[in-house]
Design a binder for this molecule. Structure first.
Ligand SMILES: Nc1ncnc2c1ncn2[C@@H]1O[C@H](COP(=O)(O)OP(=O)(O)O)[C@@H](O)[C@H]1O
Ligand SMILES: [Mg+2]
Length: 211
């Protein structure tokens, strides 16, 4: 089966709820190695997204994702806002005017979104950023597609890889973003952005499990 426009809408709504439920935890993580605003930033952004969504819910997947990205850019400052915005904008541009997509389309979109984050933030793997969850998730997804794994299981593998990548940020020293100002004191803490992107991919896997 394919991933329909409404599945995409349901995922965005689900993620907004996940952020609502987890914003305090994300802010606490950011208190340890940042400026204690990641949860609040994401919450403000996705509240605005939920308000905007009705204006595009009859549109194609690309338009919906680009609208999410533009809304995040206008509502969320700091590093996290533009980086999250880029994920959605590039993904939307890659999928384009489709009303439904294959899992391989999603993999391409995710790849473009991640490339956008890498270009904008200039971080590499193991710099203790959201990329440490995103890269393994993309690799796992591509491998699962190559192996012919059904959509639900492929997305689950991708989310599990993100989760492992998130946990693997704990012993790392931050080399990008605010956390890098702490140097060695950033060691021993889980990266907030890797945590929120893991929640993003886990919500994808839940909502598109039967696609
Ligand atoms: N250069 C970067 N590349 C990729 N991700 C980054 C970069 N800088 C910061 N991040 C991510 O952004 C998260 C912090 O987001 P947030 O708190 O919303 O923004 P800010 O750091 O401006 O307060 C970090 O945990 C990290 O995952
Ligand atoms: Mg912050």
């Amino acid at each position: 089966m394919t991933i329909q426009r409404d599945d995409v809408l349901n995922w965005v709504r689900e993620y907004a709820q996940v952020i609502e439920d987890n914003h305090e935890m994300l802010t606490e993580l950011d208190r340890e190695i940042g400026d204690a605003d990641h949860g609040a930033n994401m919450r403000r952004g996705f509240k605005a997204v939920l308000e905007k969504l009705p204006t595009v819910e009859d549109k194609d997947i690309g338009t919906i994702l680009k609208t999410v990205g533009m809304t995040l850019l206008s509502k969320v400052g700091g590093a996290g806002g533009p980086l999250y915005s880029t994920i959605f904008m590039k993904a939307g541009m890659t999928i384009g005017a489709k009303m439904e997509m294959e899992l391989s389309d999603w993999a391409q979109a995710l790849e473009a979104g991640i490339a956008g984050v890498a270009t904008l933030g200039k971080a590499q793997l193991n710099d203790k950023t959201m990329l440490d969850a995103l890269y393994p998730a993309l690799d796992a997804l591509k491998q699962a597609i190559a192996d012919g794994v059904p959509t639900g299981d492929a997305l689950k593998r991708s989310a599990e890889a993100a989760h492992q990548g998130m946990l693997a940020t704990v012993p790392l020293m931050a080399r990008k973003g605010r956390a890098s100002y702490l140097g060695e004191r950033s060691i021993g803490h889980q990266d907030p952005g890797a945590t929120s992107t893991t929640l993003l991919l886990e919500s994808v896997a839940r909502i598109w499990a039967d696609c």
